[in-house]
Design a protein around this ligand. Structure first.
Ligand code: SF4
Ligand code: SF4
Length: 370
């Protein structure tokens, strides 16, 4: 999900002008692949020894120098992520330094390392938001998904500290086969804590090359029909009173044979136009789910690297499989998802099945209402 999905109207105008002008208004620093969880579907996690064998993580000064270059190119919004970013050595020092440079910062975390000290720093130097990934509704879910003990209790302790210090917080519900039955309890928890929640029901098949094959992802991701059902279920929570109207509209679209994507599926989001991802090794790509195009910032300055990424993104070949598809209204596919599905599974079939299942649910909503 775009880190700027919930920005205010003024910021929206700035971002859309930046996109037209090809200015990297937002960027992600993936500080470390190290994590205190061991989620099976994780695309990035590595043990410390293995990280060292690939040259180790970048030092504090590296990120500050890079941040300085980004600032000169117009970057305003930064996402700090991992692995678990709070495991980055002197994370708080780096965070404060980046805040003092004027960046608007969002942090992705599993929340288990939020202490009184961390929350206090966030209250003095407020982030735009802390995105807490929620992996279940109890410790059993966390044991099953993240392979840790007391993970849920530790996460909720961190979230309660964030609340105590009035830090803007959001949940991202990551759903796989192991925890999908806990969806309702996870949403109820979010409502009880008064924290907005979004969901990841579709599990990307992207995996970093150093982390091995993506068999572990394929083993735990939901059947496309189950993922589709949860996405529709989530609409009840997110659309609330608009839910009926939304479903009625989708039901009408489901009956229509109107096609879209006459040229196939292109890269159409902000990736490589006003947004980029810089991984823990200093390699820049348009977004987290794309290995290519890439530029190694250890060999190039940021300005030249960004121009190269923008140019290479324009040259990407559209996915012809999606040409004239009549299911687009029910399909959340993006260019990167399609590329990864094709590379791993040889087709976009999983996404089509998800879209067909959603279309069928939308259609049945129309029937039920007649
Ligand atoms: S918490 Fe996030 S970074 Fe850590 S193992 Fe799980 S998915 Fe990977
Ligand atoms: S339903 Fe299938 S063909 Fe249609 S846009 Fe989605 S992935 Fe492409």
């Amino acid at each position: 999900m775009d880190i700027l999905s919930d920005i205010n109207p003024v910021e929206k105008r700035i971002v859309s002008k930046a996109t037209i002008a090809e200015i990297p208004i937002s960027a992600t620093f993936e500080l470390t692949p190290i994590c205190n969880f061991r989620c099976e579907m994780c695309y990035v996690r590595m043990d410390k020894n293995r990280v060292e064998s690939f040259g180790g993580i970048k030092e504090y000064d590296y990120w500050l120098r890079l941040a300085d270059e980004l600032k000169k190119e117009g970057t305003l919004f930064l996402l700090l992520t991992g692995g678990e970013p709070l495991l980055y050595p002197n994370f708080l020092g780096l965070y404060i330094a980046l805040k003092k440079m004027g960046f608007i910062i969002t942090i992705n975390t599993n929340a288990t390392l939020i202490t009184e000290e961390v929350a206090d720093v966030f209250s003095k130097y407020p982030p735009r938001r802390i995105n807490v990934t929620l992996y279940g509704a109890d410790n059993d879910d966390y044991r099953s998904v993240c392979k840790v003990e007391s993970g849920f209790d530790r996460c909720i302790r961190g979230v309660e500290l964030l609340k105590k210090y009035n830090i803007a917080t959001k949940f991202t519900l990551t759903l796989i086969e192991n925890n999908r039955k806990s969806y309702q309890r996870m949403i109820e928890l979010a409502m009880r804590l008064d924290i907005h929640a979004t969901i990841n029901a579709y599990t990307s098949v992207y995996m970093r090359s150093q982390c091995g094959s993506c068999d572990s992802i394929l083993n735990v991701r939901m059947l496309p029909e189950d993922a589709a059902a949860l996405e529709v279920e989530y609409l009840k929570y997110s659309k609330k009173e608009e839910f009926g109207k939304y479903m009625a509209l989708m039901s009408v679209l489901s009956q229509s044979q109107q096609t879209s994507l006459p040229e196939g599926l292109k890269l159409s989001c902000r990736a490589g136009r006003s947004s980029c991802w810089i991984n823990w090794q200093g390699v820049m790509t348009p977004c987290v789910d794309m290995d290519q195009p890439s530029v190694n910032l250890n060999n190039e300055n940021f300005h030249d690297a960004w121009r190269a990424i923008v140019q290479k993104c324009k040259e990407l070949t559209p996915h012809s499989e999606c040409k004239d598809c009549t299911l687009k209204h029910a399909c959340d596919i993006c260019y990167a998802n399609a590329s990864n599905e094709k590379r791993v599974n040889g087709s976009v079939c999983y996404l089509c099945k998800m879209a067909e299942a959603k279309r069928d649910i939308f259609s049945s909503f129309g029937v039920d209402k007649q």
